[in-house]
Design a protein around this ligand. Structure first.
Ligand SMILES: *Cc1c(COP(=O)(O)O)cnc(C)c1O
Length: 382
């Protein structure tokens, strides 16, 4: 094992200690395919916690987004409105079906899709809006849902980073037509690779189950609703096996403590960095009143003119894992081939140039956080 004291890794996957215990239980249950007892426990937990109509575990958030594109019958030429400042999968899932991602700029406070720019991007071909809850902080969902309703569009929440976050008391992923969660090892609650699709519209639950089970009605067969199962629709194999679900079960049971611990470290950065913000070195994250977040990420936006690369270089020299992201999708090769831009994206471009993500994980110490902040202070002013 790496020594996590002298270096500060960017991420350190948190284990609750019960993962192997539940995996052993799955092993002795002798039921290893998908939708066994552990998967059912995870589904029930997610449904209770989020209030969604139906939760379905998937191999990843990417897979959940691909299911969403299938469920919405995305076809060549259909347009899907989304931020450019996001992970590849947000767009790729729809491009796979022949859809055209339409990139809209983000708000300069939350770095989320700017709800005031959505209407200008709508055309007769628009099918859906995909808000991405960046850093686990909610998009302005009331406005987004109202626009979607007016133009009869679906809303797919990319809530990959938003497990355990809420907007006006409602869990992220449970507010749009569909929501997608990620349990990738870099997220808060993990199973290595993993995800879930939250289906909020009861009218499409049955089809979601079919699409997830290779296009068959196997789920209703197992419930005894039909006496045989057959090919019903297009679909694929989107369900994880029981070992993954057993691992995830250990994590879900500790999701509250994981969130609390992360929030404490997040808050500590926030306080330590206040003087740096006051000195004009950087800007700290802004959390709107109506959002309760999960401390998925701590980032700072370096003041324009300061040299980000020298900060990152110094972090590296000191064994501190600090990174930036994203290459905005509209400036990526595939984004240019498959997508198009609506209006200008100045906030997206500026954010991509000035953001620095700091190490944050369950167990990071105050001393480690001090070292990170110290380097930021020293090099930004150098
Ligand atoms: C992590 C992430 C994804 C992809 O999640 P996977 O589970 O790795 O497929 C998609 N969108 C966003 C915004 C993410 O942060």
């Amino acid at each position: 094992m790496q020594n996590k004291e002298c270096r500060v890794p960017f991420n350190w996957p948190h284990m609750t200690g019960k993962e192997l215990f539940y995996i052993a239980e799955a092993h002795f249950n002798g039921s290893l395919a998908g939708d066994g007892p552990f998967t059912k426990k995870c589904h029930t937990w997610l449904e209770h916690k989020t209030g969604c109509n139906k939760a379905l575990l998937t191999h990843s958030c990417t897979a959940a987004l691909e299911m969403a594109a299938l469920l919405l019958d995305i076809a060549p030429g259909d347009e899907i409105i989304m931020p450019s400042y996001t992970f590849v999968s947000t767009a790729n899932a729809f491009a796979l079906r022949g859809g055209t991602p339409v990139f809209v700029d983000i708000r300069d406070d939350t770095l989320n899709l700017d709800e005031n720019l959505i209407e200008a991007a709508i055309t007769p071909r628009t099918k859906a809006i995909v808000p991405v809850h960046y850093a686990g902080v909610a998009c302005e969902m009331d406005k987004i849902n109202a626009i979607a309703k007016r133009y009869q569009l679906a809303v797919v929440e990319d809530a990959a980073q938003g497990v355990m976050s809420s907007y006006k008391g409602r869990a992220l992923g449970s507010i749009g037509t569909l929501g997608a969660y990620s349990f990738h090892e870099t997220k808060n609650v993990i199973s290595g690779e993993g995800g879930a699709l939250l289906v909020n519209d009861s009218a499409i639950v049955a089809r979601a189950e079919i699409i997830r089970e290779k296009g068959t009605n196997r789920s209703s067969f197992f419930r005894g609703e039909v006496d045989k199962y057959t090919w019903q629709d297009i679909g694929s194999s989107f369900l994880p096996g029981e070992l993954i679900a057993a691992f995830l079960w250990a994590q879900l049971k500790e999701a509250d403590q994981i969130t609390e611990t992360r929030l404490a470290s997040w808050q500590r950065y926030h306080e330590m960095l206040e003087p740096l913000e006051a000195q004009g070195i950087l800007r700290r994250p802004i959390i709107p009143e109506e959002c309760s977040h999960n401390a998925h990420m701590y980032y700072v936006l370096l003041t324009p003119g300061l040299d980000r690369q020298s900060v990152l270089d110094e972090m590296k020299l000191n064994n501190i894992g600090s990174v930036f992201h994203y290459v905005p999708l509209h400036s990526s090769p595939a984004g240019q081939r498959y997508g198009r831009v609506s209006g200008e994206l100045p906030v997206t471009d500026l954010t991509a140039e000035s953001i620095i993500r700091l190490p944050l994980w369950v167990g990071i110490t105050e001393e480690q956080q001090c070292r990170v902040v110290d380097i930021l202070l020293r090099t930004a002013l150098a």
